[in-house]
Write a protein that binds this ligand. Structure first.
Ligand SMILES: Nc1ncnc2c1ncn2[C@@H]1O[C@H](COP(=O)(O)OP(=O)(O)OP(=O)(O)O)[C@@H](O)[C@H]1O
Ligand SMILES: C[C@@](O)(CCOP(=O)(O)OP(=O)(O)O)CC(=O)O
Length: 405
């Protein structure tokens, strides 16, 4: 039995469009930032036993079917790379050939909402590939494992590493060169603070329709992204926040423009998303240098990246000014790293009510507030890649029965 923990990630140069739907091969490279797994992560336990009669999986304590093509691809690919496992003390001997006949039990838990626009599929499939790789003594490195996670969900391949990660689209038809590499680890640019404004919605993907109908997508993949990838790599290398912010915002906006250019058009952002963009743009323009970058995936949640802690405290003040909570319970309104709100002088609802309008609001009429339009905020930072949890008390399967605890 093996238990692993894997982070989620947010793309700053987006993946949108596949050239192969089954292998999940993209039409362009993408770059992401891995988020701290102490705030958003998947934990997965995988177990093997000759007493198991079939492959079974439990997600968030409910049994789910493994018959889908994406799960089957991951299981097939990992089994094909399994090696001998021998542990004399535990009396375990499994040969390379045995793995094809043995069945698996898998239990996984996301410490954040599943299928709500927070990239559970990314953390989930990365954790599955990583945990199975360890269980089956797969000798390949994280990049090779990323090519397996990719077949579960494209963005999952980028969760095999911490820090900044690039998914290289690759050229081969069989997908062997479509994998993730680390650009810089999580310590390289650890001033950054991430605030996610969450409005939970179920996610639907219109990626396939975009590929079929959007001319802008073709132009983006061919002409825009290749240059942006180079500029983004340079910005990350130099910790150049002005370029990083400009590229991140422009790429998110272009991805949503592609969605609008799809037939029928796809709208992922809502009024709150648009308001957050305006707040960030207005604030950035009022300062000498950009303080915050924004990016949105296939849903309305805003992912805001502040240049440092000081900017993050100013950001949280602005966000709470415009989007005060519906209830007086701040502890469930700001989750994750609560120290940012404390630094911003926000200890209770009275501090939110006392916040002055942001200085960039020039006219004397206080701007409108949008109470309750954000469900909650998650404060986090750049995070590390997958790890094994060796303490058996953290396992999600019972070692005796092989069933969820
Ligand atoms: N821990 C997990 N282990 C394995 N698979 C998972 C896990 N969590 C989620 N998934 C898979 O991902 C699917 C949800 O992916 P979906 O893309 O709908 O939502 P999301 O990734 O949470 O949000 P979004 O893609 O909009 O950011 C689940 O139905 C399941 O198949
Ligand atoms: C908008 C995105 O978040 C798209 C992510 O798409 P998925 O990885 O969820 O799609 P599949 O490969 O079909 O599983 C941008 C990104 O993460 O790069």
């Amino acid at each position: 039995m093996v238990t692993a923990q894997t982070p989620t990630n947010i793309a700053v140069i987006k993946y949108w469009g596949k050239r192969d739907e089954t292998l999940i091969l993209p039409v362009n490279d993408s770059i992401s930032l891995t988020l701290d797994p102490s705030h958003l992560c998947t934990t997965t336990t995988v177990a093997v036993s000759s007493a198991f009669h079939q492959d079974r999986m439990w997600l968030n304590a409910k049994e789910i079917s493994l018959s889908g093509g994406r799960f089957q691809s991951c299981l097939r690919e990992i089994r094909a790379r399994a090696c001998d496992v021998e542990d004399e003390n535990k009396g375990i001997k499994i040969t390379k050939e045995d793995w094809a006949k043995l069945h698996l039990h898998i239990a996984s838990y996301n410490n954040f909402p599943t299928a709500a626009g927070l990239a559970s599929s990314a953390a989930g499939f990365a954790c599955l590939a990583y945990a199975l790789g360890k269980l089956m003594n797969v000798k390949e490195d994280e990049s090779q494992l990323s090519a397996i996670a990719r077949q579960g969900s494209g963005s999952a391949c980028r969760s095999l590493f911490g820090g900044f990660v690039k998914w290289i689209m690759g050229k081969e038809d069989n997908g062997s060169d479509s994998l993730a590499v680390q650009l810089a680890d999580e310590k390289h640019w650890d001033d950054l603070v991430i605030v996610i404004a969450v409005k939970e919605t179920s996610s639907t993907s219109g990626m396939c329709e975009s590929v079929e109908t959007s001319l802008l997508l073709q132009h983006r993949a061919k002409e825009i992204v290749p240059k942006r990838i180079l500029q983004m790599e340079e910005a990350i290398k130099n910790r150049d926040f002005a370029s990083f912010s400009q590229l991140t915002c422009a790429d998110s906006n272009q991805f949503h423009a592609v969605c609008l250019d799809t037939s029928p058009p796809i709208f992922y952002m809502n009024d709150t998303s648009h308001r957050i963009i305006s707040i960030a743009e207005k604030w950035n323009r009022s300062e000498e240098a950009p303080q915050v970058a924004y990016t949105f995936d296939a849903g309305p949640n805003a992912v805001l990246i502040a240049r440092n802690r000081k900017a993050a405290t100013s950001l949280i003040q602005r966000l709470l000014y415009y989007f005060p909570p519906n209830s007086d319970d701040l502890s469930s309104y700001i989750i994750g790293d609560k120290s940012i709100a404390k630094d911003a002088g926000i200890n209770g609802i009275q501090d939110v009510e006392a916040l002055p309008p942001p200085p960039e609001i020039k006219d004397n009429i206080p701007p409108q507030k949008y109470k309750g339009d954000v469900s909650y905020f998650i404060c986090t930072r750049p995070g590390r890649g997958p790890v094994l949890l060796s303490d058996n008390s953290q396992a999600l399967l019972n070692g005796e029965t092989g069933l969820p605890k």
